[in-house]
Design a protein around this ligand. Structure first.
Ligand SMILES: Nc1ncnc2c1ncn2[C@@H]1O[C@H](COP(=O)(O)OP(=O)(O)OP(=O)(O)O)[C@@H](O)[C@H]1O
Length: 554
């Protein structure tokens, strides 16, 4: 609901304009009813016809202006909603986004935004319909109170029944929307698994027949039922309005409640009001879908919307010398109630500024998880991170994250090279780094943008390293970076690039399986089942001694 408040707040003036125009054109519509009534009584009055023409012109002008205002409002709302939702995703913790999953986020960004917009755009026509209805009925009440009371009672009973149909519509719309999340998951699998599915048509058929089709069918059935209940509702209201005319003629013709002229005006007014009332009832599905979409957005539990990108966040001392994990532990939520989720820790780790640390361990031992905790992407559920004597609480976590430049094993390759604090890094410097990474023959940089990112996995990793390098943050975190490099470049990476980065003052944490280079690290730590310990392999010890000796000898 805060989203709706935000939308109203952001477009206050425009909503007021659209509503006012709707109200004015509705008021003109009501005036038309009275005017036609008078014209009928004074046939042959030329001035009356001129007034009628003036009303028509006013109706056209205000009706068109209201329509224009409404459609513009719709476009403005889409824009604002897109801005808000993308910013909320950007402000939401990685942990939460991972729990929600890509499919649900995309379903909201694509579907829910449009649905909420349609609902929002239908609000002025609802206001228009309501105004015209209330105005029209007020006029009828003024003409004949008993006839009006009878009509109002009949319509109230009909609206009560229609509320039941609307509840059904809402239930079906919610189930159809739930299916959208499933469908997006299938779309994702079909696109991301394109190679496997192209090679294995049996798997493609299985995905199509056993996963996609049943959900698509369920979605179709809920949508059909939504439309059935909604169609019934619309026709029900339409029929009741016509029945009301019958009721009026019955009450006048058989019971003599009013004159035949009054009955004719009632019939005319009810026919006239049928269109805006039908429009109002026609808006019900989009209002229902909008409220379902809003509930969906709320269920994602994204961060609340705020302007800006953290200029007001807490800072950390720049002259730190040690980043520590003190008894830090992180555990994933369990997949099933019977088993516990995987966890790392409690871990005590002290990372000295300027050191080159290797973290090793078997598959699934928790290396990537530890990297996420260390860089502040995951907040430890137990223990804490400390930068010297400053505890990294929630408020300081964004500042901790700003210490890290990373290449995770599941990195995303952006195409813009950014320097420190988002500043321009400079094409020439970027070009020099491309040459260092032996990519100058494949990629160039112009206006801070990489000319091509459609490269091999090893080359893409080099570009990811370039981006991290350019950010010039104090700590460089590399998760199995060298795993995709050819032996020559891997050797160059360990023997030249890493020492060069360390000599430039970087603190480096590298997840590695390359035991032949362990001796180049200041320290090697090993993770086993989420527990961290010093690694005392022969390579490391011997290598470090050789390294220390080489340094001592200059
Ligand atoms: N998003 C997740 N949700 C739940 N559990 C997870 C998630 N990601 C990882 N895990 C669990 O954490 C364990 C450790 O994963 P992690 O990625 O940290 O291992 P790793 O040491 O980096 O492995 P590898 O060398 O294969 O990359 C996994 O075996 C899995 O049980």
């Amino acid at each position: 609901m805060s989203l709706i408040r935000l939308l109203f707040r952001s477009h206050r003036a425009f909503i007021a304009l659209a509503m006012s125009l709707s109200l004015v054109s509705a008021a003109i519509g009501v005036a038309m009813i009275g005017y036609v009534d008078r014209l009928l009584a004074q046939v042959g009055d030329a001035r009356g016809l001129a007034g009628f023409a003036a009303l028509l012109v006013a109706l056209f002008v205000f009706g068109s202006a209201a329509q224009l205002a409404m459609s513009t409002l719709g476009h403005k709302v889409v824009y604002r909603l897109r801005q808000t939702m993308v910013k909320r995703v950007l402000d939401t913790d990685v942990e939460r986004l991972e729990a929600v999953g890509l499919a649900r986020i995309l379903a909201t960004l694509n579907g829910d935004i449009n649905t909420i917009t349609l609902a929002f755009a239908s609000l002025p026509s609802v206001v228009y319909g309501l105004t015209l209805t209330f105005g029209g009925f007020a006029y009828l009440a003024w003409l004949s109170l008993p006839l009006f009371a009878a009509c109002a009672l009949m319509i109230a009973v009909a609206v009560g029944c229609s509320a039941l149909l609307m509840a059904r519509t809402r239930r079906e719309a919610r189930l159809a929307r739930d299916m959208e999340d499933h469908l997006y998951r299938h779309y994702q699998a079909v696109v991301e698994g394109r190679k496997e599915l192209a090679l294995n048509r049996d798997r493609a058929r299985s995905v199509y027949e056993h996963e996609f089709e049943p959900d698509a069918r369920r979605s179709r059935d809920h949508e059909i039922r939504t439309d059935i209940y909604n169609g019934l509702n619309q026709n029900w209201i339409n029929t009741i309005l016509l029945a009301t005319i019958g009721l009026v003629f019955f009450l006048v013709g058989y019971l003599g409640w009013a004159s035949p002229g009054t009955a004719a005006t009632f019939a005319f007014a009810l026919m006239f009001l049928r269109t805006p009332m039908a429009g109002m009832v026609g808006s019900v599905p989009s209002l229902i879908a909008g409220s379902v979409a809003l509930a969906k957005v709320d269920s994602l539990q994204l961060a609340p919307h705020r302007e800006g990108f953290g200029d007001d966040e807490a800072t950390l001392p720049a002259d730190w010398s040690r980043l520590q994990l003190r008894g830090a532990a992180y555990r994933y939520a369990a997949a099933t109630p019977e088993e516990a989720g995987f966890g790392v820790g409690p871990i005590d780790l002290s990372l000295r500024r300027g050191e080159l640390l290797f973290v090793i361990g078997g598959n699934g031992s928790g290396k990537s998880t530890l990297m996420r905790v260390l860089s502040g992407l995951y907040r430890p559920q137990q223990g804490a991170l400390w930068l010297d004597d400053t505890e990294i609480d929630a408020a300081r976590t964004p500042a901790l994250r700003r210490l890290f430049a990373t290449v995770f094993s599941d990195f995303h390759l952006f195409n813009r090279v950014l320097g420190p604090d988002g500043a321009d890094f400079g094409d020439e410097r970027a070009q020099a780094l491309l040459a260092r990474l032996e990519l100058a023959h494949k990629v160039s940089v112009g206006d801070g943008v990489l000319s091509d990112t459609r490269l091999s996995q090893g080359q893409r990793k080099r570009l990811a390293l370039l981006l991290a390098w350019a950010e010039q943050r104090p700590i460089l975190l590399l998760d199995e970076w060298a795993a995709d490099q050819d032996p020559a470049f891997r050797r160059f990476f360990y023997e030249h690039l890493l020492p060069e980065l360390r000599a430039a003052g970087k603190t480096i944490v590298a997840v590695s399986h390359d035991d032949r280079y362990f001796h180049l690290a200041d320290r090697v730590l090993k993770l086993d089942g989420g527990q961290l310990a010093e690694y005392d392999g022969d390579h490391a010890t011997g290598g470090r001694m050789a390294h220390a000796l080489a340094q001592a000898l200059g």
